[in-house]
Design a protein around this ligand. Structure first.
Ligand code: APR
Length: 236
């Protein structure tokens, strides 16, 4: 395991907890999205086939909502870290909002997709999209009325897994921020990192399902923990 002073390559995994202080609901826990909606009704390919209107309305509502939210201190701290960290860095986010990018982060990979894209099931092209999909508008690329949310549903493969595992293999440090560790494959990254001898750190409001696998867990709001951790790493 690399000493703190020798850490160059870093993978940061973020989850819904990093956007909670921006007013975006998390999925699990008190008042979470999956308490308000059944996953089986809105977040599976089967649900979309069964009742596309219910699914499209759900994601239209979320797509509209995130455009009214602002990045918080955790997003800005990670964007600063991205600008100033000379080593390798990959911010792997499970979040489908654009708050990391709006805060200025660039080395970001959305493994579960993005709300502000629409994905055409006819031509397989993803187009930037800010409005509703409920009226089944034509695909900007092929004209087919076959657009769906560009979100990875349960039972579907997350995006760019080869890149993520590649970054994990060369990482000296794996940091997990604001995720419950309930959903694989993201929940397994800490074990992969441990097996590779990588140092692991968790920043979360409460202990997660994977806490036992981390060398260190710091508990508290991301808006406080993340800026403090970035200061520590950049040594200002
Ligand atoms: N600061 C830090 N952590 C927080 C904060 C906060 N302000 N608020 C909540 N958390 C923590 C919670 O304690 C919880 O452990 O964030 C975590 C959020 O967990 P989930 O709601 O399960 O969200 P996430 O882990 O991102 O879900 C993973 O599941 O539903 C699917 O595809 C969806 O990407 C999502 C995946």
């Amino acid at each position: 395991m690399a000493a703190m002073t020798q850490i160059r390559n870093i993978v940061i995994l973020t989850g819904a907890g990093v956007s909670a202080e921006s007013g975006i609901d998390t999925f699990r826990g008190g008042g979470g999205l999956w308490e308000q909606h059944r996953v089986e009704d809105v977040a599976t390919p089967e649900a979309f086939a069964r009742d596309p209107e219910l699914v499209l309305r759900f994601y239209d509502m979320r797509r509209e909502a995130i455009q009214t939210k602002q990045p918080n201190a955790a997003h800005f701290a990670l964007a600063r870290f991205d600008r100033e960290w000379a080593g390798e860095l990959l911010i792997v986010t499970q979040n489908v909002d654009d708050l990391h990018e709006r805060a200025g982060a660039r080395r970001v990979l959305h493994m579960h997709g993005e709300h502000l894209n629409a994905w055409c099931s006819n031509c397989d092209i993803r187009s930037p999209w800010r409005g509703p999909l409920i009226e089944r508008p034509p695909c900007p690329a092929c004209g087919a009325r076959a657009l769906r949310p560009d979100v990875v549903w349960f039972g579907e493969m997350p995006y760019r897994m080869d890149e993520i595992y590649g970054a994990l293999r060369s990482a000296d440090l794996f940091v997990s921020i604001g995720t419950s560790g309930a959903v694989y494959p993201a929940a397994g990254f800490v074990r992969d990192a441990r097996e590779l001898g990588t140092r692991t750190l968790e920043l979360n409001l409460e202990r997660s399902q994977g806490s036992a696998w981390f060398d260190e867990s710091r508990l508290g709001p991301a808006g406080e923990l993340v800026p403090a951790w970035v200061e520590e790493m950049l040594g200002s």
